[in-house]
Design a protein around this ligand. Structure first.
Ligand code: ATP
Ligand code: MG
Length: 404
């Protein structure tokens, strides 16, 4: 339970100036986030709860495919980044000077850490059965333009998963397992109808990489969707003058703006070669390990959901990621009744934010809408005269009286 009379992060009367877009403005106004500087945000209590709920959905689906959660450090060894050639190659890499002339990387991704880590644990083909690890971690990238609020940060939360295989066939099989988990994740996040599995540029090892692109008017990517078979293509693999679907060959298409919420990538042996990550096969021969990597932009997903579901009154969170499920407005001297109702609701698995401030009903109802809490309860002389409370859904106008 959260009691607003004792809560520091109050809402603002109006949208603060200078927001990059409306949903960032609403997240600021509703007190979910604060900007420390361009590209770096504080998640206050309500914002953090949304982020943790998104994280938990991802965690459940990755645990279900048997991946192991770990946590790697943000500081990276310069030697490892030199070894892969990425110390000088990655333009967004933050380099941190330290004592005695040393330098560190602030990791923008974790291949340089996870590959040497797994080298200690992978010796034989037997160690490569369903071998994958993942983490939720703060990534650092010196993005040229950090804008669009939490959609593009210089510091942001990513889920990154790395998988290790005996050969390309086993990677291909596992790739589809993760693809399935991603479909379930975006379904549970309420994004499946508007998220496209998109062919994008692949790099050295495979022809394409695969992005999960969510249709969003403020998105930074342009995606071509085939009108015939529905396949989505990132503009980076398209000749815009002559669109031809890579799946079915049709030239009919529509162009739409999207935000990349995740991507899955076949790395091949690029990193295992650099760190000599090898395994012994059934015949005793030493072979390089084949790797895959799989990202989801957790904090970006929060921004995408905020932008996608907001309405004219404020934020609208889907119930499974909302910071609290119920916003309880207390009118008059009824805090005791409110607290016993909270206990009852919590016993049913609901989470409750109690608005017991000494402000008028209009302000309370306005904040309930602004914060986007799925259910609003009113407890007052009027409802208690009917031995009940009023219940209304965030997106409905009708309310009903429920018996206490
Ligand atoms: P983008 O093209 O948007 O820069 P990317 O190709 O650099 O993304 P990856 O390195 O694959 O992204 O990172 C995995 C996921 O992390 C992305 O799919 C995206 O959702 C998220 N992400 C990447 N960069 C940022 C950022 N600067 N701020 C917030 N989220 C990000
Ligand atoms: Mg990038």
């Amino acid at each position: 339970m959260l009691q607003l009379s004792r809560y520091p992060f109050h809402t603002l009367k109006t949208v603060p100036n200078g927001s990059d877009n409306r949903s960032t403005g609403l997240l600021l106004q509703a007190g979910f986030i604060r900007q420390e500087m361009a590209g770096a945000y504080v998640f206050t209590h309500l914002g953090l709860r949304v982020l943790k709920h998104i994280e938990q959905i991802i965690r459940e689906e990755l645990d279900a495919i048997g991946s192991s959660e770990i946590l790697m450090p943000s500081l990276g060894k310069k030697e490892s980044w030199l070894k892969t050639g990425r110390w000088d190659e990655v333009d967004v890499l933050f380099k941190l000077p330290a004592s005695e002339g040393k330098e560190y990387a602030l990791n923008p991704t974790h291949e340089e850490i996870v590959t040497p880590l797994m080298k200690e644990f992978i010796q034989s083909y037997k160690d490569l059965r369903n071998c994958s690890v993942y983490q939720f971690q703060t990534k650092f990238r010196n993005e040229a333009r950090a804008k669009s609020g939490i959609l593009r940060g210089r510091e942001f939360i990513m889920k990154d998963l790395y998988s290790f295989h005996a050969n390309t066939e086993e990677l291909d099989t596992y790739f589809e397992v993760v693809h399935g988990a991603y479909d379930r994740i975006f379904e549970r996040l309420g994004l499946s109808g508007s998220t496209f599995y998109t062919f994008a540029s692949g790099g050295a090892f495979s022809k394409y990489s695969y992005e999960f692109q969510t249709e969003l008017s403020i998105g930074e990517d342009n995606v071509y969707i085939c009108s015939k078979c529905g396949q989505a293509h990132n503009e980076e693999i398209i000749d815009p003058a002559h669109f031809v679907c890579v799946e079915c060959g049709s030239t009919e298409h529509r162009l739409t703006k999207t935000s990349e919420v995740g991507n899955i990538f076949k790395l091949g042996t690029r990193f295992s070669d650099a760190f000599e990550l090898r395994y012994q096969d059934e015949t005793g021969a030493m072979k390089p390990v084949t790797m895959g990597c799989y990202g989801i932009g957790v904090s970006r997903v929060m921004g995408v959901i905020a932008e996608k579901f907001m309405d004219e009154k404020g934020l609208v969170w889907p119930e499974n990621i909302a910071p609290y499920s119920h916003y309880l407005i207390v009118i008059g001297e009824h805090l005791d009744e409110a607290l016993s109702l909270v206990r009852k609701l919590e016993a049913e698995g609901k989470s409750v934010l109690v608005d017991d401030r000494t402000v008028g009903f209009g302000s309370k109802a306005g904040d309930a809408d602004l914060m986007g809490i799925p259910y609003r309860i009113v407890l007052s002389d009027k409802t208690l005269a009917q031995w009940g409370y009023e219940l209304k859904e965030r997106t409905e106008d009708e309310s009903q009286i429920i018996s206490l």
